[in-house]
Design a protein around this ligand. Sequence first.
Ligand SMILES: [Zn+2]
Length: 471
Amino acid sequence: MLTNYVYKLRPNRTQSSKMSAWIDMLRSQYNWCLGDRICQYSQQFIQGDYCDIRTKGEASPLTCFVSKSGATGNPWKDSKLNKEGKARNPRRSAGDIQITALPELKMARPWYSGIDSTVLQQNVKRLDIAYKNFFEGRGFPKFKNRSNFTSFTFVMGIKIKGNKIYLPKLGWMRFYNSRSIPDGFTIKACAVRKRQNGWYVSIRIEDKSVPEYSATAVGDSPKVIGCDLGITKLVHLSDGYQIKNPKLSTNKKAKRTLKIRQRRVSRKTKGSKNRKKAAIQVGKFHQKISDKRQAYQWKAANLIVSRNVDVIAIEDLNISGMMRRCKVKSDEKTGRFLKNGQSRKKGLNRAIFDASWGDLGLKIEYLAAKQGKIVIKVNPKHSSQECRNCGHIDQSNRDGEKFICVECGYHEHADIGAAKTIRDRALKMVRGDSAKLGVQHLNAQKISPRRTGKRGEFGNLSNQDIKNEIS
Ligand SMILES: [Zn+2]
């Protein structure tokens, strides 16, 4: 089994300033590598082919390090032969080329040799992952700035003794040993991350003898619970149970505190030390909120999963689609911009962000897998507009919390009704292929509660759907 344990580090002054410097250097390396790959791609469209005489590889006359045929490095390095006895294709991926270029980087910029070499390699591999995500349909890799590049990874030479951890080129560092690593687990890697209130290390540990969590088979009549996610209440369950939404960052008090702290920043001279100090206070407040949210979500997920059921049905929401900005409206004659409702939507988007349903869903999946339960994602389309008595779908069926069918007069609590609809849809899916679901193995690593940018299968809800979904 592969899992992650997170600890807070206690670096000394030299270590923490060294790590800050590393992050700055690694960020510029990352950005340079990304820039080079973009540059190489755009050079392909230059008219005519260019050939490197030595390697016979297609090359560009311009200056990019990465080449299309991947042959800028040493083509003879790959000494293994293929089945026909010929040298294997010397083509290498952009990541491989950039990794082999690291010694040159260290020669040209000697301060980079202060960084552990595996950290530099992992930094290039991080870009590979970003590209892989892009080819799988997520966004194009971004150039990083200080706020979104805050970590680096070690894969070798990590040692732990008591409350001290050894990180190559940083030395022994103390940490808060808040829970001990279980026996039999070996350290595979560790990521050091800078957060507002200090440094954290996330240690990846593995024990192959412990099996991954897997779901148990469900019978013909499994107990299913449906969850309807919302904003007024965070979760409505189909058995009538409700979980409150604490609105950690959108309640009145939090908004006021944030406003005051942000005002303190903007009133101070730009570039001054005091402004920096005030900005740190804003950051600390944000971190406090996010820590609280994490804790609350684990509790909520635990409540849902520990109910006496076999299958948990949750909505498959396209959250990024819901949070998209309203389309621009403009006057055809004058070209002036008209009101498009974005300012109204802004508050809604913040509420959606605050509820962070995606993270909650991941936590539910993780805990469910741990207990051998199954999570099914259900298409939530019209789940709160459909009549459960006659099947009539109409927007006007719904009036706030009440659901009254315009066709047959059936009425109930709207959100609990929606949760029941979700439960019934899941039940249909389970009956359809219960055998298939029974053997489904859930990989704990794949569903570890981390932020993923994956798009939902059922995307593109209309604005009306979104309104119904959250109210
Ligand atoms: Zn009806």
